[in-house]
Design a protein around this ligand. Structure first.
Ligand SMILES: *Cc1c(COP(=O)(O)O)cnc(C)c1O
Length: 368
């Protein structure tokens, strides 16, 4: 087994050995006191990460499951989808697949969707819900949530937030910002294995959800709300992953969410500085895909000079013992993505960036 600190994919992220080991716990009846105690502990660990007094729904699904649940349980009517990358486009497609009329706003991949465009759309009064991806994992663009939440509320629309690569790495204030639904997956900034999705609904959202027809069953959040108060899940949970969440949750609590945010901000700053150094040292036009002020603290997409192919760089870096990501969607091949999220340290990241720098310089020297 390789030492921790080599796997910098923007999801799944590297999982610490003790978290993996926790999955070997025994099977338990999921309607019973031992399970309910485990579930209650997990609630205690995750609420501070979401910064909420509301319960945290735990779904045995990848994050996409709760994206679908968020749409299905949103008030009936049209959805305004903020699209600035592959995952936000996916959110729009999920809404369409659930039979919602969808209007996309934005469409440019290099920045957050401008607020004035969102406001102009909302002013038509046509929308029951707004979808946004907080940290676009395909581009590394971070969308500021508080002004969006204010706009949505002012126009009577619910704000549904995919913070899959945000939560646990970037500040999210679910209650203070008045977010109607926030979701994440286990395998990104929370540094758990894949297979669970976590979500928090505002009291208003879930009250209204009970009257929405066609919510389906597996992702009916009204069922999650009822179960969570009994320290249960509606269906058989992925118990082994819940053991992992309990151990990782204690680690999150010990680190504190504020320290986690600071560590991610520092890792992002180091990655940004590294791109600048690389550009100065090589004279090649390496640049950070996201503009300053709109950069995710958890993932950086680096645009490559012409002639340098993302897939080849990823392979060279793998030979040096590190895993990073190729570009995603329409940026595949033209960017590389470094996931500086989860439990990574500055030391581990520095080693990874040195290996990526070596690979890039070798490619340039070889003429791309
Ligand atoms: C990874 C990711 C998803 C999809 O998550 P799954 O767990 O694969 O369903 C959705 N949104 C964003 C922003 C992501 O990074």
């Amino acid at each position: 087994m390789t030492a921790f600190g080599t796997f910098f994919l923007p999801g799944p992220t590297e999982v610490r050995p003790e978290v993996l080991a926790a999955m070997q716990g025994p099977m338990l009846p999921h309607r019973g006191a031992a399970f309910e105690a485990l579930f209650a502990r997990i609630q205690g660990h995750l609420r501070p990460v979401f910064r909420t007094a509301r319960p945290v729904y735990v779904a045995t699904a990848s994050a996409t499951g709760l994206m679908e649940g968020a749409i299905r349980c949103a008030p009936s009517g049209a959805v305004l989808a903020l699209v600035n990358g592959a995952f936000s486009e996916r959110f729009a497609q999920i809404a369409e697949a659930c039979g919602r009329p969808v209007t996309r706003v934005g469409g440019e991949w290099h920045r957050a969707v401008p607020l004035d465009a969102v406001e102009a759309a909302l002013r038509t009064g046509r929308y029951a819900a707004v979808t946004v991806v907080h940290s676009e994992t395909s581009t590394g663009v971070l969308t500021p949530l508080p002004p969006l939440a204010q706009l949505a509320r002012a126009h009577g629309a619910r704000l549904l937030v995919d913070s899959v690569t945000g939560l646990g790495g970037a500040p999210v204030e679910t209650d203070a910002w008045g977010l109607d639904f926030v979701l994440t997956g286990s395998q990104k900034a929370l540094a758990l294995p894949p297979g669970l999705a976590f979500g928090v609904a505002s009291a208003d959202y879930i009250r209204d959800a009970a009257a929405v027809p066609g919510r389906g069953l597996y992702f009916d959040l009204v069922e999650y709300e009822e179960a969570v108060h009994k320290h249960q899940t509606p269906n058989t949970p992925a118990l082994s992953l819940l053991y992992a969440t309990d151990v990782q949750g204690a680690h999150l609590a010990a680190e504190t969410v504020e320290a986690r945010w600071a560590r991610h901000a520092a890792m992002a700053a180091a990655t940004h500085a590294w791109v600048g150094t690389l550009r100065d040292a090589t004279g090649a036009p390496f640049c950070i895909y996201a503009p300053a002020g709109e950069r995710s603290p958890t993932v950086t997409a680096v645009a490559l000079p012409p002639g340098v192919a993302g897939g080849e760089v990823v392979r060279d870096v793998a030979r040096a013992g590190f895993t990073i990501g190729d570009g995603y969607g329409r940026l595949k091949g033209r960017t590389i993505r470094i996931g500086h999220m989860g439990d990574h340290t500055m030391e581990g990241l520095s080693r990874c960036l040195a290996a990526v720098g070596d690979a890039l310089r070798a490619r340039l020297a070889a003429g791309g």
